[in-house]
Design a protein around this ligand. Structure first.
Ligand SMILES: Nc1ncnc2c1ncn2[C@@H]1O[C@H](COP(=O)(O)OP(=O)(O)OP(=O)(O)O)[C@@H](O)[C@H]1O
Ligand SMILES: [Mg+2]
Length: 333
């Protein structure tokens, strides 16, 4: 439903000096922490606050109308999950120049579940992953991992907390000058005291699991895109991380390998537990592995919750997206 109590888009120069006021775009997961960075709220009524530069009211009207249109399908419904959130985005805004990517994102990703973030291309999914690992910082708002505010960490603390993460970046992000084997071994050599024998055992096991058993000596540029992806997948898992972030692990893979990879994600999660976050465009993958789904569009959550509830959603955008249909609110844009 259209909401008219949403704040102005990030970048408004007004509101300086106003006191912090919590805005409920939708039911934010947990309201702990992160207060320091919150944007000043724009009041619901049209009366300008004291000390504020007055703007042409017509601009405000146009902005409100545009926002209402942009977020017409964003009920922001966050259906309750059984487990507490391991990762929380709290009113996060992020812009690159004039491109406002995250526009007051409230998103909770539950612990001990496989969560999927799905949404149209260019909507900010990869940007979310980069916020979680502290490669990008929010302009406003906060990102909590196990209750710790990532943007507030000093470099040394960030380095420490990154040991909990396994990350598969969208492009695989292998080191071009290292063999596949050394790429997969890299986190173990970097972050643990393990001997080469133990490292070899772990690396061989993970490479075997992703079907790259005999390919260890190859350099990344000698591999197909799908092989690089699988190597990145193996590398993300060698540290048995508590939090695993996969950015499109299934893109560039054939359907059979995609199905096998989904099985592998489920198996490894069943074995280790933890918060797994998978970004995908593949609805079949979502049906196979997702326990929790967050649908992201225009920088906010349209709806999120247990997978079966999302697949049964009445929301026209969610239905269009999860059914992969051309008819619906989403056009080519
Ligand atoms: N470092 C950056 N500098 C400038 N703009 C960026 C940067 N990173 C991302 N963007 C912009 O942010 C927007 C969201 O990008 P993002 O990569 O998160 O999309 P996505 O949802 O992952 O899309 P896809 O499904 O195609 O991977 C895009 O408009 C992109 O151009
Ligand atoms: Mg992406």
């Amino acid at each position: 439903m259209a909401r008219d109590d949403v704040p102005g888009p990030h970048g408004d120069a007004d509101g300086a000096g106003e006191s912090y006021e919590q805005i409920e775009h939708h039911d934010a997961p947990v309201q702990s922490g992160g207060e320091a960075n919150f944007a000043p709220a724009e009041p619901d009524d049209d009366a300008p606050a004291a000390g504020r530069v007055e703007r042409d009211p017509r601009i405000e009207v146009v902005e409100r109308e545009r926002e209402a249109e942009d977020f017409a399908y964003h009920t922001g419904t966050q259906r309750v999950s059984e487990t507490p959130d391991a990762i929380e985005f709290i009113d996060v805004h992020k812009a690159f120049g004039r491109n406002q990517v995250l526009r007051g994102l409230n998103m909770g990703l539950p612990d001990n579940k496989i969560s999927m973030i799905i949404g149209p291309s260019g909507t900010g999914k990869s940007v979310c992953i980069k916020h979680i690992v502290g490669l990008l910082y929010p302009d406003e708002g906060d990102v909590l991992v196990q209750g710790v505010s990532i943007p507030s960490l000093a470099d040394a603390e960030l380095f420490e907390i990154r040991k909990k993460f396994g990350v598969l970046f969208q492009d695989g992000a292998l080191f071009g000058s290292l063999t596949l084997w050394d790429n997969v071994a890299f986190p173990l050599r970097q972050h643990t005291e393990k001997g080469e024998e133990e490292i070899a055992e772990i690396v061989n096991r993970r490479m075997g699991e992703v079907g790259l058993g005999g390919e260890g000596e190859k350099m990344p540029n000698q591999l197909s895109g799908g092989m690089r992806k699988r190597a990145g997948f193996a590398r993300a898992l060698v540290l048995d991380p508590e939090i695993v972030l996969f950015d499109e692990p299934d893109s560039g893979l054939d359907p059979v390998r995609t199905a096998l990879l989904c099985e592998l994600i489920k198996e490894i999660h069943a074995e280790n537990g933890g918060c797994y976050v998978v970004i995908t465009h593949d609805i079949m993958s979502a049906r196979r592995v997702a326990e929790h789904i967050s649908v992201l569009w225009k920088g906010r959550i349209v709806e999120s919750g247990p997978a079966e509830e999302l697949f049964a959603s009445e929301n026209p955008f969610v239905r269009q997206f999860l059914a992969g249909e051309s008819a619906g609110p989403l056009g080519m844009e």
